[in-house]
Design a protein around this ligand. Structure first.
Ligand SMILES: *Cc1c(COP(=O)(O)O)cnc(C)c1O
Length: 425
C-alpha cells in the first residue's frame, strides 16, 4: 500500500497541531510509523486519503457499533441540522433520550448529558463526593476514566499506597485523593477501604476493563465490589463509557447482574457525535444543580445534533437486542480462528473476549490485570499491527486497546482477517 498523501498530511499537521493529532493514541507512537489519515468510512470499512481500504476493528473506539455512516443515524443528524444546531434551551429530544436510557438501563432513574466520557466520569465523582461528603476515590491500575486530573494516576505496583501523578500538571494535592487498587483483586480494594475508613467517596471501575486490552472481571469481582461499597458506605461507580449499550442494552451491569450507584456513559450513547452522560437513581442525581448543590453544567450539553444521533442509535439497539448475541457470536468465531492460526504459527498468545470487545495479547500467561497486560512482547505486537495494516486490517494501534466489533462484520471480513493472521511470518 502507498501512503503518500497520509505522510504529507501528517507532516503539515505536525506544524499546527501538537504531534499532528488531537488525541495521542492516533499518532501510532506505540507501534511506530506514521498515522493514516482517513477520508471516509461505511459499514465495516475505512477508506484513507490515498484510497486504501481497511476492515475496521476500532469503530471510532467504540461508538460505531452498527457500522460507519449508519443510515438512520446520518438521516437523524441531517434532519436535526436543518432545524438549527444549538439553542441553549431545553429541547424535547433530551427528555426522549433520557427516557430511552432509563428504559434500557432499568436501575437508572435520571440522566445528565455531557459532551465526553471524560466529563461524565469527572462529574460522577464530584457528585459522589458532594453526595456523601467524603473526599477520596479508589480507582484500579490500568483503568482509564478520561483525562481529568484525579484519574491520571500512575499504576503503581504497591496496591495500598497513595497514587503519584502520571502526567506533569496533575498536582500532588489532587493525586493524594486517588487511591489505587489492583484490577480483579478484592483484597487490595478491601485493604484500602480499611486503611482509609470513612474517607472514600467512591470506587470507580470499568466493569469490563477495556483500556489495558480487554480484561473481563473475574467471577465475583464486581459482586465483591458491590458488597464492599455497601459495607463501607461508599458509592460504586461503573464507568461504562466503553461497555454501555455495547455489551448489552443495560451494559456490563446487566450482563453481570451487579447494580452500581452511578454509571458513566460515552461512545455508543452519542452515535459517533461528542456525547457523554452520567446517571443513577433520583436519590443521588437530585443532588445536582439546579435541584441540588453539586454544580455541573455545559453550553453544548444535550446538543440537538448529538442527541439525535444518540437517540437514533440507541433506538435501533433497543428494538433489535438480538444484535448483541450476533456480535458475541462473531467475536467468539474470530477468537477461535485467530487462536488456531497463532497456535499453528507457534506464537504465544492470550485472547480475551467479552461480547463485541476482544484483545489479542502476545504473551504466555493469562492477562487479568495491568501487570499481566504489560507482560506482552511489544515488538511482536508492533510487527503484527503493521503486518495486518499492510493486509488491509485496521487494528487498534496499541497493545493496550481493545478491539471493537461492529454489526457489519461478516464471513468475508472474518475470512480476510484470518488469512491476514495466517500470513504473519
Ligand atoms: C473512552 C473512555 C473514557 C473517556 O471518554 P472520552 O469521550 O474520550 O473523554 C472514559 N472511560 C472509559 C472507560 C473510556 O473507554
Amino acid at each position: 500500500m502507498r501512503y503518500e498523501r497520509s505522510s504529507s498530511l501528517f507532516a503539515s499537521a505536525q506544524n499546527s497541531i501538537p504531534g499532528g493529532v488531537n488525541s495521542p493514541v492516533r499518532a501510532f507512537k506505540s507501534v511506530g510509523g506514521h498515522p493514516i489519515f482517513m477520508r471516509s468510512a461505511k459499514g465495516a470499512y475505512l477508506t484513507d486519503v490515498d484510497g486504501n481500504s481497511y476492515i475496521d476493528y476500532i469503530n471510532s473506539w467504540g461508538p460505531q457499533i452498527l457500522g460507519h455512516a449508519y443510515s438512520p443515524v446520518i438521516e437523524a443528524i441531517q434532519k436535526a441540522a436543518e432545524k438549527g444546531t444549538s439553542f441553549g434551551t431545553p429541547t424535547e429530544l433530551e427528555t426522549q433520550i433520557a427516557e430511552l436510557v432509563c428504559t434500557m438501563v432499568p436501575y437508572v432513574e435520571q440522566v445528565r448529558m455531557v459532551s465526553s466520557g471524560t466529563e461524565a466520569c469527572m462529574s460522577a465523582v464530584r457528585l459522589a463526593r458532594g453526595y456523601n461528603g467524603k473526599e477520596k476515590i479508589i480507582k484500579f491500575a490500568g483503568c482509564y476514566h478520561g483525562h481529568s486530573d484525579s484519574f491520571l494516576i500512575q499504576a503503581g505496583s504497591g496496591a495500598v499506597t497513595f497514587g503519584t501523578p502520571s502526567s506533569p500538571g496533575v498536582t500532588q494535592g489532587t493525586a493524594k485523593d486517588t487511591l489505587l487498587a489492583e484490577y480483579n483483586d478484592l483484597a487490595s480494594t478491601s485493604a484500602i477501604l480499611e486503611s482509609s475508613a470513612g474517607e472514600v467517596a467512591a470506587i470507580i471501575v470499568e466493569p469490563v476493563a477495556g483500556n489495558m486490552g480487554c480484561i473481563p472481571p473475574k467471577p465475583g469481582f464486581l459482586k465483591g465490589l458491590r458488597k464492599l461499597a455497601t459495607e463501607h458506605n461508599t458509592l460504586l461507580i461503573f464507568d461504562e463509557v466503553m461497555t454501555g449499550f455495547r455489551l448489552s442494552k443495560g451494559g456490563a451491569a446487566a450482563l453481570y447482574g451487579v447494580t452500581p450507584d452511578l454509571v458513566c456513559f460515552g461512545k455508543v450513547i452519542g452515535g459517533g457525535l461528542p456525547v457523554g452522560a452520567f446517571a443513577g437513581p433520583r436519590k443521588i442525581m437530585s443532588h445536582l444543580a439546579p435541584t441540588g448543590p453539586v454544580y455541573q453544567a455545559g453550553t453544548l450539553s444535550g446538543n440537538p445534533l448529538a442527541m439525535s444521533a444518540g437517540y437514533a442509535l440507541l433506538s435501533e439497539l433497543n428494538e433489535n437486542p438480538e444484535i448483541y448475541g450476533q456480535l458475541e457470536a462473531h467475536g467468539r468465531g474470530l477468537v477461535q480462528d485467530i487462536a488456531t492460526v497463532l497456535c499453528e504459527l507457534s506464537i504465544a498468545h492470550q485472547i480475551n473476549h467479552v461480547g463485541s470487545m476482544l484483545s489479542v495479547h502476545l504473551c504466555e500467561e493469562p492477562v487479568t490485570d495491568f501487570d499481566s497486560a504489560k507482560s506482552g512482547d511489544n515488538d511482536d505486537f508492533k510487527a503484527l499491527f503493521h503486518h495486518m495494516l499492510s493486509q488491509g486490517i485496521y487494528l487498534p494501534p496499541s497493545a493496550y486497546e481493545s478491539w471493537f466489533l461492529c454489526a457489519c462484520l461478516d464471513d468475508s471480513t472474518h475470512n480476510r482477517t484470518i488469512e491476514a493472521f495466517r500470513s504473519f511470518r
